[in-house]
Design a protein around this ligand. Sequence first.
Ligand SMILES: NC(=O)c1ccc[n+]([C@@H]2O[C@H](COP(=O)([O-])OP(=O)(O)OC[C@H]3O[C@@H](n4cnc5c(N)ncnc54)[C@H](O)[C@@H]3O)[C@@H](O)[C@H]2O)c1
Ligand SMILES: O=C(O)C(=O)C[C@]1(C(=O)O)C=C[C@@H](O)C=C1
Length: 297
Amino acid sequence: MTNTVALNKLVIIGVGLIGGSFAQALRSAGLARHIVGIGRSQQNMQCAVEIGVIDEIASDIACALHQADLVFLAMPVGQTGYIMEKMAPHLRANTIITDAGSTKQDVIAMARHHLPMQSRHHFVPGHPIAGAEQSGVQAAQPSLYLDKHVILTPLSETSTDSVERVRHLWQACGAQVSLMSADEHDQVLAATSHLPHILAFTLMNHLNHGTQQPENMLRFAGSGFRDFTRIASSSPEMWRDICLANRATLLEQIDAYQEELNSLRELLKKRDGEALKQAFSQARKIREQWLRTRSNS
Ligand SMILES: NC(=O)c1ccc[n+]([C@@H]2O[C@H](COP(=O)([O-])OP(=O)(O)OC[C@H]3O[C@@H](n4cnc5c(N)ncnc54)[C@H](O)[C@@H]3O)[C@@H](O)[C@H]2O)c1
Ligand SMILES: O=C(O)C(=O)C[C@]1(C(=O)O)C=C[C@@H](O)C=C1
């Protein structure tokens, strides 16, 4: 199978926003001939067929994996162990397995535990840094990965051919692919994705715990509040699983953030306007630099 040949059978396990968008993007690129889905919600799976994201709903994992060229795991990361255990006896020797999980060390640990060495040669852990606060196949869109980063964290035993095949498929979806260790991935994403989601969720809950009715305050919330809290509309199941999977690193991030908040609190308590202005200027500068590098890339 060379990199430019279409997959005869692509299997998506968990046909939601991420799995559905991958299926749509590969179909648009002419790289997936037959797409089979397997899921937990019958209603979502029926919808996936009706809107043409998948061609067929598999009745079970064994049927899904029969003659599969590539399996894309796109269910919440907490489901990985259960799914890999069910897949293991039905995998053929050269089926490529990849995933979209937001955490990587836990997914790799599950693969090492459940997949035989022969299948691990073809296992390419991955993570598209693209998404939305909406869930389910109806939110899927073929352009979701256009100009977005995808991080691959191969195992030492993953074959170069499998990595290159998966890299090429993501590039065909319009993404820019990077390789990284799973440990570095989980550190970086804890700071840039997992902590921000916790902050958005806790800010919404914080409003609920005050003396005022939340509806009264939210009536006058503006676009700043809306931008900051958009991600608090994300799937609670998905985020429970991510937080538990990256728990140790996330606990460190929460502690470090709490220290940052405490130093700002001290400046405010002391009415130190100059230091406050400096802290805000530094934050603005860092964000503007980040936006400039994004627009140049
Ligand atoms: N949403 C994002 O922004 C985003 C971005 C990058 C990666 N991810 C990762 O991608 C994965 C999917 O996220 P999503 O946003 O597409 O979620 P989603 O809720 O839209 O889709 C997940 C689908 O998996 C199905 N599912 C759950 N358990 C299953 C099981 N045991 N067997 C088969 N199907 C099962 C659900 O019914 C659902 O349809 C998650 O691991 C998430 O961490 C999400
Ligand atoms: O845009 C959003 O709504 C997202 O939350 C996307 C986002 C992110 O944090 O950037 C969320 C989880 C991922 O694993 C990757 C991307």
